[in-house]
Design a protein around this ligand. Structure first.
Ligand code: DC
Length: 229
């Protein structure tokens, strides 16, 4: 690390990009190799999406969402395998966060102002000591605009749909490639088109396209950038 001799805070790395670009797999591996803590901020939105579903709260009802968010005790931790664990009101909800219902609810709640306001402070506190790699949609633009390194990790919609389709097929899901591609495009539009904290690359972010780059090369390049940051 180029620090001119004085002791510097360990780096803060912000990684944004669309769903399916491989952010979480890449970040977990980079964190392991570079000695950083990985924070998956999508898990926080998913935890609120899950809780809203459990409690029958309509994400469009700002009043009810505000009350929900204010009353929730949310703790975030990193497990030994690098995954982000979320504890809501004392219950570890991590294993409930990856269902299609929770994905949809997370996407809905993530567009609501009270939710983003509630999670902003939590994310900043989690990153305050440095030595972190944080992935999401608005990390370099809104949450951590002073990050030491900002990466926009992306891949073409077709490649992301291909990967997702493969994952679904492996689980026995009969969704076609065309339907999966339509989903990817719709999610991109929802994430990029929302009024609040839309998905976009920060002006000072380095864009890395993973469409044709093998995983190992993406990880090595990112580690090299962190070492040079
Ligand atoms: O990355 P993911 O699929 O786990 O994210 C779940 C949802 O949360 C997704 O709809 C995008 C949203 N999200 C967000 O708006 N801002 C973030 N920093 C992270 C996720």
């Amino acid at each position: 690390m180029a620090d001119g001799g004085e002791t510097r805070r360990p780096p803060v790395v912000a990684v944004d990009g669309p769903a399916g670009a491989g952010k979480s797999t890449v970040c977990r591996e980079v964190a392991r190799r570079c000695g950083l803590t990985y924070l998956d901020t999508g898990a926080l939105y998913r935890a609120i999406g899950y809780t809203a579903l459990q409690r029958g709260i309509d994400p469009l009802d700002d009043h009810a969402m505000e009350a929900l968010c204010q009353g929730l005790d949310i703790e975030v931790a990193t497990a030994a395998d690098g995954t982000t664990r979320v504890v809501v009101d004392g219950e570890d909800v991590t294993t409930h966060l990856r269902t299609p219902e929770v994905s949809l609810s997370a996407s809905r709640v993530s567009a609501r102002p009270p939710v983003r306001a509630r999670l902003l402070d939590l994310q900043r506190r989690a990153a305050a000591r440095g030595g972190v790699i944080v992935d999401g949609r608005d990390i370099g633009t809104v949450v951590l605009p002073d990050a030491d390194l900002k990466i926009f990790l992306t891949a073409s919609p077709e490649e992301r749909a291909r990967r997702r389709h493969q994952e679904l097929a492996a689980k026995g899901d009969p969704a076609t490639y065309e339907a999966t591609l339509a989903d990817v495009i719709a999610r991109d539009a929802a994430d990029s088109g929302r009024a609040i904290a839309p998905l976009k690359a920060a002006a000072d972010a380095v864009t890395m396209d993973t469409s044709d780059t093998p995983f190992e090369q993406v990880v090595t390049r990112l580690c090299a950038r962190i070492a040079a940051a």
